[in-house]
Design a binder for this molecule. Structure first.
Ligand code: GRG
Length: 285
């Protein structure tokens, strides 16, 4: 089977979980539900739940049972971060995935609340899964790591530095912090939680986190490279502004190689993850 077909199968599985999640929401005012469903449904690549599901399965997770709630929780956190990132007080974007951003359709107030509701829903789903698992320690461990990596020392911390970055205070260290936390941490949360619930041991968890750190970093620089090549103007300085295009491209290659080295030390079948890493930077698989 081609890598593309293998990705589509996993993406459809993740998409079906998200659609069921949306259908099951009954306790929200209709417009709030519509607003968050607009961003949850609209054309995302589902990278994080795909990575969650893959890690869950390769380490021995069998039927999805309660683990599917975690896949949805991760996509809820990702979607909230995109809605908030697009707001006028942050990146001020009118379009995402080729469609008007959430606040352009529903207004700023509702977009803030849709993001808040998604973040809350994510933890509701984790708690539900923990409860249904009979307080399985692995579920608790996964939820704690998701909370850490999404919080002030993770995704939100990275974003907080990003929005304050200027021509004057941009440094390699600041950029490093932003890329590690704003981009890598949620990918890490997805992979770590899938691996824990699937049954990975501590050594494999360290390697999975190593993969996610390197892949996430490369993914962000690759995003900068694409923006640069499409001549997208950015007020915020990025890797290319500091290090130049050639160094950026070399860094992407080096990070992907480092990510793949982590996979090579794992005894589970990591062939899809390897192909995923290569294809996401446009290397043939
Ligand atoms: C508001 C706390 C908070 C964080 C915002 C998501 C984010 C942090 C910023 C968006 C801008 C950006 C370039 C982030 C880097 C990560 C990235 C490339 C996100 C887009 O992820 P994809 O490509 O999105 O997985 P889709 O659309 O496929 O879901």
């Amino acid at each position: 089977m081609s890598y593309k077909a293998a990705y589509e199968i996993r993406k459809n599985e993740a998409g079906a979980l998200i659609e069921k999640l949306i259908a099951d929401i009954t306790s929200m005012p209709p417009l709030l539900k519509e607003s968050l469903a607009y961003s949850l449904s609209n054309g995302g690549k589902r990278i994080r739940p795909v990575l969650f599901l893959e890690c869950y399965k390769i380490f021995g997770g069998e039927s999805l049972k309660n683990a599917g709630y975690f896949a949805c929780a991760i996509e809820c956190i990702h979607t909230y971060s995109l809605i908030h990132d697009d707001l006028p007080c942050m990146d001020n974007d009118d379009f995402r995935r080729g469609l008007p951003t959430n606040h352009k359709v529903y207004g700023e107030g509702l977009a803030v609340l849709a993001g808040d509701a998604l973040l809350n829903l994510a933890y509701e789903l984790c708690f539900k899964a923990i409860k249904l698992s009979g307080n399985d320690p692995r579920y608790i461990k996964a939820a704690c790591r998701i909370a850490e990596l999404s919080g002030g020392g993770g995704l939100i911390g990275g974003q907080s530095l990003d929005i304050k970055l200027t021509d004057v205070n941009v440094t390699p260290q600041a950029l490093d912090y932003i890329y590690k936390h704003k981009t890598s941490d949620l990918i890490k949360a997805a992979m770590y939680s899938g691996a824990v619930l699937g049954g990975a041991d501590d050594n494999a968890l360290v390697l999975i986190e190593g993969f996610a750190d390197n892949f996430g970093y490369a993914f962000q620089i690759q995003d900068d490279i694409l923006d640069f090549k499409e001549n997208k103007a950015s007020l915020i300085k990025n890797y290319i502004d500091i290090f130049g295009l050639e160094n950026a491209e070399n860094e992407v290659g080096a990070r992907i190689n480092a990510a793949i080295k982590c996979l090579e030390q794992i005894s589970a079948d990591t062939s899809f993850l390897k192909a995923f890493a290569m294809s996401s930077i446009g290397r043939s698989v």
